[in-house]
Design a protein around this ligand. Structure first.
Ligand SMILES: Nc1ncnc2c1ncn2[C@@H]1O[C@H](COP(=O)(O)OP(=O)(O)OP(=O)(O)O)[C@@H](O)[C@H]1O
Ligand SMILES: [Mg+2]
Length: 325
């Protein structure tokens, strides 16, 4: 069965004063229908840029999608102009995104109701009265109490968690095939985080959609995603089912990531180990494995050979590392 979305060898670079930032450098991944996939990695590794590339929301200049294919519903999205009618009919409608910071993605001078009805009218051609009814329904679906009476409120009249619920309602409004949730919960307390992830999981199953959860917290996605992609310095370094990655992490970076998240199945008193060193500067990368300077398993060839390609180890489990960890 063909995947719902398949990204092939995506490269997105930014030209800045001090050089070329290879934010996404040859990333391939896929999402099946009704699947929940996690994209995990430290700050700055290219998670958001990879997802914004799919939506063609990269600021150009300084950014540019240099190469790749994005297969969706039998078409390559990169054949379309970012501002053209095809992308406009896909973005927000067939593929929608929940952004990290709701205050910057909600319009502060428009009521929540208007922000919800706008896309219903635009993409689904609903009459204003119908759209308003649907907007109220959507707010109830995401468990905003008394949704119908909150339509005329402005974003600042909602709490942070509620604003995220509104964003989820917006992302769902046009019955998308895929929702990309880019760190949707980082600014919230853990209880609210868990509630929102549960809500998203529920909603995508109800709407028969697929979900990409972007996060730096491997612990968060493990409960929700069927498959995971671990990203480092613009590349995928390990991928597989959540079970494969948790049960048998093989890339030294994944191993390190797992050591720095609390796990319920571990004995009390087990120490969390932070990853030593810093992620690399993505300008003028050396061409060898970018994790090598931080890697406790490194061997001779890691210094000389090019960054290893992903290789299949077992099942659906791929890793890009020369060392047998
Ligand atoms: N508009 C831009 N101009 C220049 N460089 C950019 C731009 N947007 C992103 N980058 C660079 O691309 C790289 C990847 O950034 P990205 O936002 O994808 O990281 P991320 O993995 O989403 O991190 P975080 O977890 O902090 O959200 C970073 O080095 C960043 O500085
Ligand atoms: Mg990001």
């Amino acid at each position: 069965m063909a995947a719902l979305l398949e990204v092939e060898n995506l490269k997105t670079y930014f030209k800045v004063d001090h050089g070329l930032v290879k934010a996404v450098d040859g990333v391939s991944y896929y999402i099946n229908e009704r699947e929940i996939v996690g994209l995990v990695g430290e700050s700055g590794c290219g998670k958001s840029v990879s997802q914004l590339s799919v939506m063609q929301l990269i600021p150009t200049p300084p950014g540019r999608i240099e190469a790749g294919k994005i297969h969706f519903e039998g078409r390559d999205l990169l054949q379309y102009e970012a501002k053209g009618p095809e992308m406009r009919s896909i973005r927000g409608a067939k593929i929608s995104m929940v952004f990290q910071e709701p205050m910057t993605s909600l319009n502060p001078v428009l009521t929540i109701g208007r922000q919800l009805t706008e896309s219903l009218e635009l993409h689904l051609g609903m009459e204003p009265i119908k759209a308003r009814e649907r907007a109220a329904e959507l707010l109830s679906l995401v468990a905003i109490p008394d949704g119908a009476n909150r339509l005329d409120d402005y974003p600042h009249q909602f709490s942070g968690g509620m604003r995220q619920r509104v964003m989820i309602a917006m992302a769902l409004s046009c019955n998308p095939r895929i929702i990309i949730a880019d760190e949707p919960t980082t600014a919230l307390d853990v209880t609210t985080q868990a509630q929102l992830l549960e809500l998203m999981k529920d909603m995508v199953s109800r709407f028969n959609a697929s979900l990409v959860i972007v996060t730096h917290n491997l612990g968060v996605v493990a409960r929700y995603a069927q498959r995971l992609y671990v990203m480092y310095a613009g590349r995928i370094v390990e991928s597989g089912t959540s079970k494969e990655l948790f049960g048998n992490p093989r890339h030294p970076y994944t191993i390190a990531l797992l050591k720095c998240v609390p796990r319920l199945d571990e004995e009390e008193g087990t120490k969390l180990v932070p990853i030593v060193g810093m992620p690399p500067n993505l300008v003028n990368m050396p061409g060898t494995c970018a994790f090598r300077p931080r890697c406790p398993y490194q061997v001779e060839r890691c210094h000389n050979d090019p960054w290893p390609e992903l290789r299949l180890i077992d099942g659906q489990h791929y890793v890009s590392c020369y060392v047998e960890t």
